[in-house]
Design a binder for this molecule. Structure first.
Ligand SMILES: *[C@@H]1O[C@H](CO)[C@@H](O)[C@H](O)[C@H]1NC(C)=O
Ligand SMILES: *[C@@H]1O[C@H](CO)[C@@H](O)[C@H](O)[C@H]1NC(C)=O
Length: 466
């Protein structure tokens, strides 16, 4: 398998490509891991490696040392249990290992050398400075996450992170395996039987902070294509504060009962295109959070999982803004919900201009859902303010459900407005259940199955804060 990475494009300020080699943590314990977990080990003889094509262009000013060190500080804060206590993690600059970065020389050997050196040290990272063009790869291997609680220390928010990049592509057929079962199963509810069963493999409890497998932050023009991310401890692929994101031919694979393992998580990101992807996970296949707009999702298979969701928005009285999201030509199998918008009571802001079209469902709990009383199990207070929902369109939602075909539970003080339904054909796998509407205003444009006569009329738009 190979994982190719390349970056390109134009950037205004100096760029720093940081490959957070927390992923290297595992290889610092190479022998131990191999001895103990041989059955999971798919490492080639060439040693721990990922195949990478790293190419950077148009940066100027080279390495921004100040920002680098700040970033490193950010990343490693609060990890008192680090092998190198309170020290910065060791970093390995590819230039120090002979990389030329001239855009012509094959820098594979240098990257390999940096990788190998980094892998001898716990909590290390590899630096790829800006202002150069590197050609690297291919190497063989699957990237495996460490499964030892000692290596993870007090936990990380993300395992592999790319930050503040402009024009960056990860492509290839590689697999990033988070080996999350040690995290998912590390729950008190499994009791002593479970612990004794796996106790030998683990150094102890995993940290309570579960990492996202791959995260992009503050980047422009990011493409992820071809790769598979499986068994993440938490979210598989996350984009936060990114503009111009493209994800295609992407696969996530983790069990339906793995907790909080969103497939793709979007936050504060605009101009996002996700297509031709297969997402199986234990939480939302795609989760769209506040600050997202101009999101287009098509030709995605989802299941197992919780469906494609906007929200939960407005938690802890926050303001949330999501607009212009289109989800079309998707199929869902055995998911908890299909297309869903969920908001907490007490929030503000709005969700507007949302279209769900040509969604094929089979054995989906509730295919169409708006829940403005979302509460994740902890006690939630009633509150009159709410994130306003305006212009939510459903066209061609067809297939079978297991719980309820349609569930519109809108806020008492901020009813949903402009909900439209056309060509809905939802049949029960087992028992029929009627659609539910609460404070939902809108129109039914065609006959629907089951008939929906609970939408109210008379309210149209009201001003929203976004
Ligand atoms: C909505 O988003 C799409 C991309 O999905 C974009 O092409 C379109 O211009 C956006 N519309 C508006 C009004 O911004
Ligand atoms: C919240 O409101 C619902 C319905 O309006 C009511 O049934 C419930 O008891 C209320 N909960 C609290 C904590 O006030």
């Amino acid at each position: 398998m190979s994982l190719d990475m390349k970056t390109g494009g134009f950037n205004k300020k100096s760029l720093t490509l940081m490959i957070l080699i927390a992923l290297c943590l595992w290889c610092s314990r190479f022998e131990t891991c191999q001895a103990r977990e041989g059955k999971y080990w798919t490492q080639s003889e060439a040693g721990p490696a990922t195949s990478a094509l790293v190419k950077k262009e148009n940066g100027y000013g080279g390495n921004d040392g100040r920002r680098l060190s700040k970033f490193m500080g950010d990343m490693w804060n609060g990890e008192a249990q680090a092998t190198q206590q309170y020290g910065k993690p060791s970093s390995f600059n590819v230039l120090d290992y002979g990389a030329k970065g001239d855009g012509h020389t094959d820098d594979t050997k240098a990257f390999e050398a940096a990788w190998t050196a980094a892998c001898k040290v716990a909590r290390s990272k590899i630096l790829v400075p800006a202002g150069s063009v590197f050609f690297v790869g291919p190497l063989d291997g699957t990237i495996l996450a460490p499964v030892s609680s000692k290596i993870w220390g007090s936990g990380l928010l993300q395992w592999i992170e790319f930050k503040e990049l402009n024009g960056f592509t990860i492509q290839g057929k590689g697999t990033i395996d988070g080996r999350g079962s040690v995290w998912w199963n590390d729950l008190p509810s499994y009791g002593s039987e479970w612990e004794s069963e796996v106790g030998n493999q683990l150094d102890g409890k995993m940290p309570s902070t579960k990492p996202t497998a791959l995260r992009f932050y503050g980047s422009t023009g990011v493409t992820v294509t071809g790769i598979t991310i499986q068994n993440s401890p938490q979210t598989h692929l996350k984009f936060d504060s990114c503009t111009g994101v493209q994800v295609s031919d992407f696969t996530t694979s983790s069990p339906g009962n793995s907790p909080n393992t969103d497939g793709i998580h979007l936050q504060n990101s605009q101009n996002v295109l996700i297509y031709s992807s297969d997402l199986a996970c234990g939480d939302d296949c795609i989760s769209i959070q506040t600050g997202c707009s101009n999101v287009f999702i098509h030709n995605v298979n989802c299941g197992p999982g919780h469906g494609i969701s906007i929200g939960g928005l407005g938690k802890d009285n926050t303001k949330a803004c999501v607009s212009n999201v289109t989800v079309r030509d998707v199929s869902m199998h055995n998911t908890l919900t299909g297309v869903r918008i969920k908001t907490w009571q007490g929030g503000s802001g709005s969700v507007q201009g949302i279209t769900f079209s040509n969604v094929q469902v089979s054995g989906v709990g509730t295919p169409i859902m708006i829940d403005q009383f979302y509460c994740d199990g902890s006690k939630c207070k009633n509150d009159s303010s709410a994130v306003a929902l305006t212009g939510i369109n459903y066209l061609g939602i067809k297939g079978t459900y297991t719980e309820k075909p349609i569930h519109f539970a809108c806020s008492d003080s901020m009813p949903c407005v402009g909900v439209s339904l056309s060509t809905i054909e939802l049949t029960a796998s087992e028992e029929d259940s009627p659609p539910l509407c609460w404070n939902a205003y809108g129109t039914v444009k065609t006959t629907t199955l089951p008939p929906v006569d609970c939408l109210r009329t008379g309210k149209s738009r009201y001003p929203t804060e976004c």
